[in-house]
Design a protein around this ligand. Structure first.
Ligand code: DGJ
Length: 333
């Protein structure tokens, strides 16, 4: 067989495999934690350390766009059903200007977007590390947009109230007040700060949540109580998760132990928490979202989505090879 015919056949084969993998995924309408997840164009979803915002009747998934190692900004995908994700583009791009704090080569990690009803702006906070400085800067970056999909404009970077801030999350409470939860003091402490009304800055209401070396905070509210899932600090390598619970965001926070159950539970199934998504239109239904990092090729890091269960006052997150949203219908929470 001629070389170019062979090449063509191989390419055709690869395309058929990709298309059928995507078609299968589309038909199945299910989540397969740790497997390859494609968008509606058949491309691998590249949105790590992410978070999800519900706006205009769709879910928007924001996450780190990664090359093998490099940080390439923040991507955004949209979905009506949480299974089929349409690529909407790069919401926040690194700046070509070498003077900018988000110049190409900086690190943009764990982006989270919230909507401010008062200013009608979408506000993104992320963990920012400056180019060539490793993880020394320990800052947050803030960017805004009038449109959910962006482009977001970088507006500021700072250490909240002078505190180091690495892994982080945002939380909007029922009264519209927003909070930044962040690993501080070389990751030795987890802290919280209340945001200003425009969500662009941290207020002086800033407190230590607990003194424990934790990263990857993922917070949610269930039946008037707050729950915070976090990981230990072992770089990209997985470790044991834990959940804390509180009646008040500013504490006291009580350690409830490791919520993960099933094979590989002691290392969070090979993953690290990033977000807990409350399902829209379904009371008390939450999806735990984690990243299964591949430090040799960060772009190929996988996603772990699992339902959150509440059993006799305890949070349980159990491994499932495959599941779908019907799980919430069948299960009495
Ligand atoms: C663990 C953090 O959770 C990640 O977001 C990333 O910063 C890695 N450390 C880098 O080693």
């Amino acid at each position: 067989m001629r070389k170019h015919t062979l090449c063509f056949l191989m390419m055709l084969g690869a395309m058929v495999t990709l298309t059928s993998a995507y078609a299968q995924q589309k038909m199945e309408k299910s989540f397969k934690p740790s497997e390859l997840w494609h968008d509606t164009d058949g491309q691998l979803i590249n949105a790590h350390g992410g978070g999800i915002l519900y706006a205009n009747k769709k879910y928007y998934w924001f996450g780190e766009k990664r090359g093998k190692q490099v940080s390439q900004g923040v991507t955004v995908y949209s979905s009506k059903d949480l299974y089929a994700w349409k690529y909407e583009g790069v919401a926040l791009s690194p700046d070509k200007n070498s003077e900018s704090e988000i110049t190409e080569g900086c690190l943009i990690e764990r982006p989270k977007v919230i909507y401010n009803k008062k200013t009608s702006k979408y506000v993104m906070w992320f963990h920012l590390e400056l180019k060539g400085k490793g993880y020394a800067a320990a800052k947050v970056g803030v960017a805004v947009s009038d449109k959910v999909t962006g482009p977001y404009k970088f507006v500021d970077s700072f250490r909240p109230n002078g505190n180091m801030s690495r892994d982080m999350n945002l939380f909007v409470d029922d009264d519209g007040s927003a909070y930044h939860i962040y690993s501080s003091d070389e990751n030795m402490n987890m802290r919280i700060s209340k945001l200003t009304n425009d969500y662009l800055k941290a207020t002086k209401e800033d407190k230590l949540l607990f003194r424990r070396q934790r990263e990857a905070p993922a917070i949610f509210k269930y039946q008037k109580r707050y729950y915070l899932v976090s990981s230990g600090c072992t770089g990209w390598a997985p470790n044991e998760a834990s959940v804390h619970m509180a009646d008040n965001l500013f504490g006291p926070w009580k350690l409830m132990g490791d919520p993960m159950k099933g094979p590989n539970a002691k290392s969070t199934f090979g993953g690290q928490s990033t977000y807990v998504l409350p399902l829209v239109g379904k009371k008390d239904a939450f999806i735990f979202i984690a990243d299964k990092w591949n430090p040799k090729d960060l772009m190929d890091s996988r996603y772990i989505w699992l339902p959150v269960q509440f059993i006799e006052g305890q949070v349980k997150i159990e491994w499932m090879d495959q599941w779908n949203l019907d799980w919430f219908k069948k299960t009495i929470l």
